[in-house]
Design a protein around this ligand. Structure first.
Ligand code: ADP
Length: 380
């Protein structure tokens, strides 16, 4: 039998916080996500208390693992600065059914986990690597800038950060007062990547809690300034780390990038399902490498069976945001650190990305604070 959220909560009431309070009553826990026997949640504690909490986290993991039917457990301990105040709300534990409202997300100024000064945070995600997610993220960010928004980009692809390459950034971010980081500014975008902070050759092995603390730091310990929108380049795939991120970052919505091939679409479907599971609205799908523009003759051919993503979007009832051709110019500029929307703003591709940006903005506006509270359905 698959475990339920209720079972997890009950098991956790036997565990005490360092001050003796039963864990579910401490108000430190995020919502608990239980899916296919996998359990995820985070515990947000004061930075000065992290040491005392680590054994609690370990006990929590062991306890949840012992529940029959639990396949894996990921409990992230996230540290909040003293007085920082923006804790996750205490989850409601009285639900005996499987429909539970998730924490409010991305609504202007009222999200408990929002980033000060940042109005909306959107994820650019893909079900698998190599579909052009990062290329799309940076060109979309530039296009959002072109349509008048103040934009930040957070490269959360900790396994393969791509912003240093996409924007040819070699320098390291400056610190402010030794604790906070200043984002690097390129083409009018405020950008931050884990790749600015670690050596490119350093192999990184990320454990669950490290993923979350790296992400939390990049969200909250960077002086992002006043932004209309922050574009988060997510790690590809729909594994545990991605799900936790999707749950923990106060996302106003997600853009899914897919190539037209059926295989990639299956992955895209998984990506959509992942965001829906954690109550993040899917703003739509972008079909990348949609058709081939011959550089010599300028003619177009649909080598990959173009249009698959549009059909899939219709079927899944999510918006279709646009299609980007497979074009050497996109690859070359992207790989040379000079993204097309910045370097060829008058070209046809920049126009394509700007149309996508307009669609994203429209979708976001349509889902403003007045949008009905979506339901999260956890399969027990
Ligand atoms: P992901 O983030 O999904 O792993 P990238 O954005 O790194 O993918 O893109 C993978 C490769 O494909 C890169 O070399 C990139 O320049 C190239 N690429 C991405 N989109 C296009 C496109 N529309 N046309 C041609 N090449 C592209």
């Amino acid at each position: 039998m698959a475990p339920t959220k209720q079972q997890v909560t009950e098991a956790l009431s036997a565990i005490k916080a360092p001050d003796g309070t039963p864990l579910p009553q401490t108000g430190t826990m995020s919502d608990i996500v239980v899916s296919d026997g996998k359990v995820f949640f985070s515990i947000a504690v004061d930075a000065s208390a992290v040491k005392a909490w680590e054994p609690v986290r370990k006990r929590v993991e062991d306890t949840v693992k012992a529940i029959p039917g639990v396949v894996s457990v990921m409990v992230a301990l996230t540290a909040e600065k003293s007085g920082g105040g923006s804790k996750q709300p205490a989850p409601a534990h009285s639900h005996s059914h499987s429909h539970a409202p998730a924490a409010p997300r991305g609504a202007r100024g009222e999200s408990p986990t929002g980033v000060p000064g940042v109005q909306s945070i959107i994820a650019v995600a893909s079900g698998k690597g190599g579909v052009g997610k990062s290329t799309t993220a940076i060109n979309l960010a530039l296009a959002l800038r072109d349509i008048g928004m103040k934009v930040g980009v957070l490269d959360a692809d900790i396994y393969g950060p791509s912003l240093p390459k996409l924007l040819a950034i070699k320098e390291r971010p400056e610190t402010i007062g030794g604790t906070r980081l200043k984002p690097i500014v390129r083409h009018g975008l405020n950008v931050m990547s884990i790749g600015f902070l670690i050596e490119e050759e350093t192999p990184m092995i990320w454990r669950g809690p490290m993923v979350m603390s790296a992400l939390t730091q990049m969200l909250r310990e960077v002086e992002w300034g006043e932004l209309d929108i922050m574009v988060v380049d997510m790690p590809p795939g729909t594994g545990d780390a991605q799900l936790t991120m999707a749950q923990q970052v106060p996302l106003a919505g997600a853009v899914i990038v897919s190539t037209p091939q059926d295989l990639a679409l299956i992955d895209a479907r998984r990506g959509i399902a992942m965001f829906q599971r954690v109550n993040v609205p899917v703003l739509g799908i972008v079909e990348n490498m949609s058709y081939f523009m011959c550089p010599q003759c300028g003619s177009r051919s649909d080598i990959f069976g173009h249009g698959g993503a549009r059909r899939e979007a219709e079927r899944l009832d999510v918006p279709f945001l646009g299609e980007v051709p497979l074009d050497m110019a996109i690859r070359e500029t992207s790989d040379a650190g000079a993204p097309l929307v910045a370097t060829h703003p008058d070209g046809p591709h920049a126009k394509v990305y700007r149309a996508i940006a307009e669609n994203v903005r429209r979708q976001l506006e349509g889902r403003g604070s007045a949008r009905p509270t979506p339901k999260i359905v956890i399969e027990a």
